[in-house]
Write a protein that binds this ligand. Structure first.
Ligand code: NDP
Length: 459
């Protein structure tokens, strides 16, 4: 990845110059190169059509984060030994609102991964139509296998530095991989203790009993399925009776499965970093309840599902993309679906790939899917339901009020329909109907770029 010669599109000189410069400046940040390439290559028609973006050096400015914070996070393990991890917050762009984006706690976290996620977040947040800038943060700390006390020690130490850089009008973080209800709870508690503020607007994904929004937990998975449903409608298809592959078994995967069941589809796989399960009979509500308990309470491994239910197979160290199905929802992590996987999905009759995770498909896989006219939804559009509902959590917190589950879900559904429409219509307008990557990137970019121009060079 990151090598311009291997790409399918030939970039124009200005755009290529911007891309080359960011690769030269940070040659090791491969995931960031990949995310930047995807955006730069697809917004090119808009850059050509409107010279003001080049005149105002918008591309050079938008690829550079406004601020990067990096710090050490010392904490004590269960034996009383001091451990050190690295903490990050990349405050990428605040042209349209306060920085907003999750924290990720995972051993693969480094500055390049933070920049890729923060960069994507700018355009995703813009697409939601809510006033939120883009950011991402986290640590190479791994909560897996840690005791609650260890996680609390880490989260408290992390916030002892991070609290200086966040706030309702500055930066409002949320969860991501490795940061769920438990971690958000500890971080919110530490923030409250340090600042003496009930800063309900400062973190989203909070527990419902202390300011969280109903339906935030479900939002990303539900939103991805709503988006897929909209794509299917453009082909006069529906979810009913469709077999679906889901990867991951965390927050996004769990609620993608739930919405699939509700809309009459049949989800048949789930995975974690050790392997995947295939349940030909389909994962139903009861089995999903077991998964929720297994993953969120017992913190067990997905292979235990295959031990509990008859007729289920478990494949270690593999991803589910070889199983025959109509729909795929990669919902675990970046680059989990490659060119070969895409070819197998197509051979097996898959008609839509909807990203629940951020950048789960490689650039080569995307190209294969698009050439075969498979409906392909990029994460920045299809998983935007999570941050959109975080935005709705901020609205409720500001009003010191809350909405019912049904109200939030209806708003989420409306936002996903609008994001689909914006991506679909924009792609058509720029001459590539059905290219959701181009449509989402241009639609997200234009709003941010115009806000940057309006606010002048120094903003
Ligand atoms: P969780 O931590 O809840 O779950 C992540 C899942 O992915 C786990 O099953 C995990 O398995 C698996 N996974 C993580 N890393 C790897 C890896 N390197 N290889 C294989 N499997 C892996 O995270 P979320 O469900 O919240 O996030 C999943 C994806 O969705 C991420 O890309 C995230 O950025 C994106 N996303 C999440 C949003 C949200 O609201 N939660 C919003 C928008 C995007 P294991 O337990 O073995 O690590």
């Amino acid at each position: 990845m990151g090598c311009i010669e291997r790409r399918e599109r030939t970039l124009d000189k200005y755009v290529e110059g911007v891309y080359k410069s960011l690769v030269e400046k940070d040659p090791l940040q491969k995931e960031f190169h990949q995310a930047a390439y995807e955006v730069l290559a697809t917004i090119e028609p808009a850059i050509k059509k409107f010279p003001k973006y080049q005149d105002n050096a918008i591309l050079e400015r938008v690829v550079e984060p406004e601020r990067i914070i990096q710090f050490r996070v010392p904490w004590k393990d269960k034996d009383g030994k001091i451990q050190i991890n690295r903490g990050y917050r990349v405050q990428y762009n605040s042209a349209i609102g306060p920085y907003k984006g999750g924290f990720r706690f995972h051993p693969t976290v480094n500055l390049g991964v933070m920049k890729f996620l923060g960069f994507e977040q700018i355009f995703k947040n813009s697409l939601t139509s809510l006033p939120m800038g883009g950011a991402k943060g986290g640590s190479d700390f791994d909560p897996k296998g840690k005791t609650d006390n260890e996680v609390e020690s880490f989260c408290t130490s992390f916030i002892m530095e991070m609290y200086k850089h966040i706030g309702q009008f500055v930066d409002v973080p949320a969860g991501d991989i490795g940061v769920g209800a438990r971690e958000i709870g500890y971080m919110y508690g530490a923030y409250r203790k340090i600042t003496n503020l009930h800063g309900t607007c400062v973190l989203t994904g909070k527990g419902v009993v202390y300011g969280g929004s109903l339906a935030r937990t479900e939002a990303t998975g539900y939103g991805a399925v709503y988006f897929c449903d909209e794509m299917l409608k453009t082909k006069k298809e529906s979810m009913k009776g469709k077999t679906a592959l889901v990867s991951g078994s965390g927050n996004v995967a769990q609620y993608a499965v739930q919405k699939l069941i509700q809309l009459g589809a049949k989800p048949v796989t789930l995975s974690d970093s050790d392997g995947y399960i295939y349940d030909p009979a389909g994962i139903d509500e009861k089995k999903l309840e077991y998964v929720l308990e297994l993953k969120n309470v017992k913190r067990g491994r997905i292979k235990e599902y295959a031990e509990k239910y008859k007729g289920v197979t478990y494949e270690a160290k593999k991803t589910p993309w070889g199983v025959k199905a109509d729909l795929a929802f990669p919902s675990a992590t970046q680059n989990e679906l490659n060119e070969k996987d895409a070819e197998i999905l197509i051979k097996n009759g898959c008609i839509a790939v909807t990203e629940g995770a951020n950048m789960p498909c490689t650039l080569e896989a995307i190209s294969v899917l698009q050439k075969a006219k498979v409906l392909y939804a990029p994460g920045k559009a299809s998983n935007a339901g999570g941050v959109a509902t975080s935005g709705l959590e901020m609205v409720q917190n500001s009003q010191r009020y809350f909405w019912s589950f049904e109200e939030v879900d209806a708003k989420l559904h409306g936002i996903m329909v609008n994001i689909h429409k914006a991506a679909y219509d924009t792609a058509k307008l720029f001459g590539e109907p059905g290219n959701y990557v181009m449509g989402a990137n241009i639609a997200g970019f234009l709003k941010v770029a115009d806000a940057m121009i309006a606010q002048g060079v120094y903003a």
